[in-house]
Design a protein around this ligand. Structure first.
Ligand code: DUC
Ligand code: ZN
Ligand code: ZN
Length: 473
């Protein structure tokens, strides 16, 4: 038995904060104590194996990134973080659980795709991990296989209204998958962009010689996200399926989600740090081919159109419920470069898994969200949304000891030669200077990051079998 005491810190939950000491025994939190309490002995600091001083710091539940793509084959190449490098980078940034996407494509078996993802991840992760299932080919076989997912601990699946010929599902396929979702209580996650229309617009731009990364953002117009979000909501409405819209970037999509929620529908929305800070003008429009670093879908949107403001507002008012990263990193050399002559060939995705807590904390620094809401967005709601609450997402007796000691007075300089542990040859966040610092990260009772060093190990992370979403019961 190993015991640890986190002392002097302020424990933050979505409902408040208080000076509380946290006692950990092996992998679990076993007591929350008033500082100085003698209820479990007069000399607790002397009798535990390790004391972690959190004076002046926040003590928060470990972050849960509910949307990552480690070593995902995509865009003619493969996302360059492995489960090993990606989960280490996540740990550096205070994330102690990721939910990655297992993949099934047209003609493939769902259970084979899931088994393949287990093979990739098992024994390689520094932190705990769970899976969603991408259904990239909705056929009778896939529909039948969906019934087995809950017992595998996979209670959510992603469909794509974009990427024809790759992961795309047409409306009839979406309807059928949603019927299963409604019956089973599986959460339908939707990539909501009108792919067939986007592909025509992209071809027209390329034919007109508009081939730079900027036109990726032009082709994937806001109307295409708005329309697909609306259509997904209507299909969910008709079938009764619970719906979760991933990587929302357009303010019009927020309005669609918000309207559905006001009608009492089980519709949820996630956004990502890139949509809160980066833009079509500044990043996709960077000189030369530089903008390729920020080609992702949904795309970065126009600064002038005030999407950032509306997304922050949505996060504050609970029109959007959580912030994930859609971490899907590609190196510039040899990967992003595939599209040097044609933006359509640039692999879609960027890397953020390491920086989500810090980037969101800027919302607290700038007065956009409260510190309690920060914790809710990065840890507690992901746990509740994806069936892990109690074990994850909360500092409470009986919960896994996934804990971050966060220094609000610290500072983090992000950049390739500064803070950067993802397996990428560039940082999507180069030059970002942020207030706040992840000091200590504990994963199931083991300190994995301390004193600006990673001291965890490959294989410490375990697969988390998830239950059904707490928002649906
Ligand atoms: N969008 C991306 O940018 N990358 C991975 C898949 C996706 O939907
Ligand atoms: Zn997507
Ligand atoms: Zn994604």
């Amino acid at each position: 038995m190993t015991t640890k005491l986190i002392t002097g810190g302020t424990v933050v939950s979505p409902t408040g904060q208080s000076l509380t000491d946290v006692l950990i025994e092996d992998e679990k939190i076993v007591a929350l104590l008033e500082p100085g309490s003698t209820i479990v002995g007069n000399d607790l600091k002397q009798s535990v194996h390790q004391v972690l001083d959190a004076t002046g710091k926040y003590v928060i539940p470990g972050g849960i990134d509910a949307h990552t793509h480690m070593q995902m084959p995509f865009g003619g190449t493969e996302a360059c973080d492995t489960f090993e490098t990606g989960t280490q980078a996540a740990a550096w940034g205070g994330t102690t659980t990721i939910i990655d996407f297992a993949i099934q494509r047209y003609g493939e078996k769902v259970m084979d795709g899931l088994a393949q993802w287990h093979e990739k991840a098992a024994g390689n992760c520094a932190i705990d991990y769970a899976f969603h299932q991408i259904i990239g080919g909705v056929d009778d076989d896939a529909l039948a296989a969906m019934w087995q997912l809950p017992e595998e601990g996979v209670t959510s699946f992603k469909l794509f209204m974009a990427y024809p010929g790759v992961f795309y599902s047409d409306d009839a396929q979406i309807l059928k998958a949603m019927q299963v979702s409604a019956e089973l209580g599986l959460l339908t996650m939707m990539h909501a962009e009108n792919g067939p229309v986007i592909d025509v617009l992209a071809a027209q731009l390329a034919d007109a010689g508009k081939t730079t990364p900027y036109y990726h953002g032009v082709a994937r117009a806001g109307q295409m996200e708005e329309e697909a979000t609306h259509r997904a909501i209507m299909l969910a409405d008709g079938t009764g399926a619970p719906l979760y819209i991933v990587h929302v970037s357009a303010k019009q999509a927020v309005a669609q989600i918000s309207a559905a929620r006001s009608r009492g529908r089980n519709v949820f929305g996630e956004t990502c740090p890139q949509y809160l800070y980066l833009s079509l003008e500044d990043q996709l429009g960077a000189p030369g081919f530089e903008g390729a670093k920020w080609v992702c879908s949904t795309p970065l949107r126009s600064k002038a159109e005030q999407h950032h403001r509306e997304l922050w507002r949505g996060l504050r008012t609970n029109e959007l419920q959580l912030v994930s990263t859609d971490h899907c990193p590609f190196c510039f050399k040899g990967q992003k470069e595939l599209g040097r002559d044609d933006f359509r060939l640039i692999p879609n995705g960027m890397g953020t898994v390491e920086h989500r807590l810090d980037l969101l904390y800027q919302g607290v620094v700038e007065g956009r969200i409260s510190v309690e809401r920060w914790v809710e967005l990065i840890a507690t709601t992901p746990a509740r949304m994806f069936g892990m609450y109690g074990k994850k997402g909360v500092i409470a007796v009986g919960a896994d000891a996934d804990v971050v000691i966060y220094d609000p007075n610290g500072h983090t300089s992000i950049g390739l030669t500064k803070t950067h542990h993802m397996n990428m040859d560039h940082s999507s966040w180069e030059g970002f200077e942020v207030d706040g610092h992840v000091d200590t990260v504990i994963s199931r009772g083991t300190v994995v990051v301390e004193n600006d060093s990673f001291i965890g190990s490959k294989g410490h992370g375990q697969f988390v079998k998830r239950g059904f979403s707490q928002y649906l019961t």
